[in-house]
Design a binder for this molecule. Structure first.
Ligand SMILES: O=C(O)CNC(=O)[C@H](CS)NC(=O)CCC(=O)C(=O)O
Length: 274
């Protein structure tokens, strides 16, 4: 955890040097363990986490909000919460979102992961909240695959949606950019997705390619991927232009129909009878 804090502190330095207004760090920045038991044993509450405390100090010194994915103990002590916290420019933890969708997959020759063994899923969307960049909606990693969620958070007023991640390499190669751009295009929002990159342990490697996508679906910033990663933490910088966002929303209004009947059973029956 102290190594991970040091890596994040390098990113804070780079963000400050770049004149960034906020810093978005990936999912699970405090640690990625090699077993469910280790995941649970390393979890600390934010009050007792040297990792979180360190970043709170950085945020208040730099007067720059930091968004970071961490683990927190779940009640009962048998599992953790995969959470995303917002540390404001005063160093206070002001928002917290608990990952709703857990990554339980068994792909032959690909990732075999059972996140639910060690993680307790959240049960609610965090309503978007105002920040110095705009109205912020927090989501995490695998949540990216559920467009109903991003549609809902957009509906609740989000202008920016975050997907801090630790994507696997095989799924990242084919799905990552497409999913991020789709969520940005559908919601006409900025998508900010900070991603872990490189090897965590002998079992896990992450895809990388942190991205910022604008509300038109253009990738406006991208960091390196696992292919070229040399071990140096990297930031990528992009500008949030809310005027541009409003223009996209005004020029192509997307009003979901709310009056549509889901399935008309009677029609099906009449088809069958015909
Ligand atoms: O394990 C931890 O401590 C932190 N959590 C993660 O890295 C999570 C669960 S294993 N990773 C993902 O959700 C990847 C999703 C993905 O790769 C996809 O949707 O294709």
């Amino acid at each position: 955890m102290s190594h991970n804090l040091a890596q994040c502190q390098i990113l804070v330095r780079k963000a400050v040097a770049a004149g960034a207004k906020a810093l978005f760090l990936p999912e699970a920045c405090d640690y990625i363990a090699s077993s469910p038991a280790e995941t649970v044993s390393l979890a600390r509450s934010t009050e007792e986490s040297p990792f979180v405390k360190g970043l709170q100090q950085e945020a208040s010194q730099a007067k720059m909000p930091i968004n970071v994915g961490i683990h927190e103990p779940a009640t009962g002590g048998k599992r953790v919460k995969n959470t995303l916290i917002w540390i404001d420019e005063g160093g206070m933890v002001t928002q917290r979102y608990q990952k709703l969708h857990l990554f339980d997959v068994e792909i032959k020759g690909g990732p075999m992961l059972r996140e639910s063994k060690s993680v307790e899923p959240g049960s609610s969307i965090l309503p978007p909240f105002p920040t110095n960049l705009g109205s912020m909606g927090l989501m995490i990693c695998f949540d990216l695959r559920f467009p109903a969620l991003s549609a809902r958070i957009r509906d609740l007023g989000a202008q920016i949606i975050t997907y801090p991640s630790a994507f696997t390499v095989p799924t990242g190669k084919v799905h990552w950019e497409t999913l991020l751009r789709a969520r940005a295009i559908e919601t006409q929002s900025y998508v900010i997705a900070a991603a872990q990159v490189g090897a965590h342990n002998e079992k896990r490697v992450s895809y990388g390619h942190s991205m910022i996508v604008d509300p038109w679906g253009k990738v406006i910033a991208e960091a390196g991927g696992v292919e070229e990663w040399k071990g140096e933490p990297e930031i990528s910088v992009g500008e949030v232009d809310l005027g541009g966002l409003e223009k996209v929303r005004r020029e192509m209004p997307l009003h979901p129909r709310r009056d549509v009947v889901d399935v008309v059973e009677t029609d099906r029956e009449s088809e069958r009878d015909a």
